[in-house]
Design a protein around this ligand. Structure first.
Ligand code: IMP
Ligand code: MG
Length: 197
């Protein structure tokens, strides 16, 4: 059995985390998603495209659990915004290493929130003529959506709360927490820092 996450090791003064998804539960779900993806594209070479940095761990596990021919690449974007909300302005900060022309591409993202990031990326990728273009997200917050974008593979649908862990950060912290939890503040001192993509 996987050890229980000790939240105290990750929290800073003034912050509180309530575990929403345990590490073991996340791993179980990623295995299921991997099997589903492979079932949809049997025998195909699958090219996973992860959105840095949040999707790094999700992509790593997904890639290991999908049997057969899998390659991957990373892209980085930045979205501007204050606090725990992004402004919706997306900019490409690191492009892919290789062409996706004619490939079966699965975009791998940590969380689908407003949908601005994914709709921006899908627009770019579609122009590059992949054979198939699909989206896998670990988390989906449908309540926050402002663009009509949906994921083909969703790990967990979660309520409209700010979450950290398993790649997701608050001020670059918590990414290495093996579980996903809801972050709240017990004092106003630490408010106002920015979450990075
Ligand atoms: P969207 O463009 O609003 O869909 O937001 C996508 C990006 O915002 C994600 O890839 C995350 O980097 C970040 N984000 C959205 N919600 C959360 C959250 O609850 N915790 C941490 N980061 C988040
Ligand atoms: Mg992200």
């Amino acid at each position: 059995m996987a050890p229980k996450t000790s939240i105290a090791k990750f929290t800073h003064p003034g912050e509180k985390v309530r575990i929403l998804l345990s590490g073991a539960r996340i791993q179980r779900r990623i295995r299921e998603m991997a099997a589903e993806i492979r079932k949809d594209f049997p025998g195909e070479q699958l090219h996973l495209v992860g959105v840095l940095k949040g999707a790094a761990f999700f992509l790593g596990d997904l890639a290991r659990y999908i049997p057969g021919d899998v390659s991957f690449d990373f892209i980085a974007v930045s979205s501007y915004g204050k606090d725990t909300h992004s402004s919706g302005q997306v900019r490409l900060t690191r492009d892919l290493d290789s062409s996706i022309d004619g490939r079966t591409v699965i975009v791998v993202e940590d969380i689908l929130d407003t949908g601005m990031t994914l709709s921006y990326l899908l627009r770019i990728f579609q122009q590059r003529k992949p054979k198939h273009l699909r989206v896998a997200v670990l988390l989906d917050k449908p309540e926050r959506r402002v663009t009509a974008v949906r994921a083909d593979y969703v790990g967990f649908t979660i309520p409209n709360e700010f979450v950290v862990g398993f790649g997701l950060d608050y001020a670059e912290r918590y990414r290495n927490m093996p579980a996903v939890g809801v972050l709240s503040f017990t004092s106003s001192k630490t408010k106002g820092k920015k979450a990075q993509a």
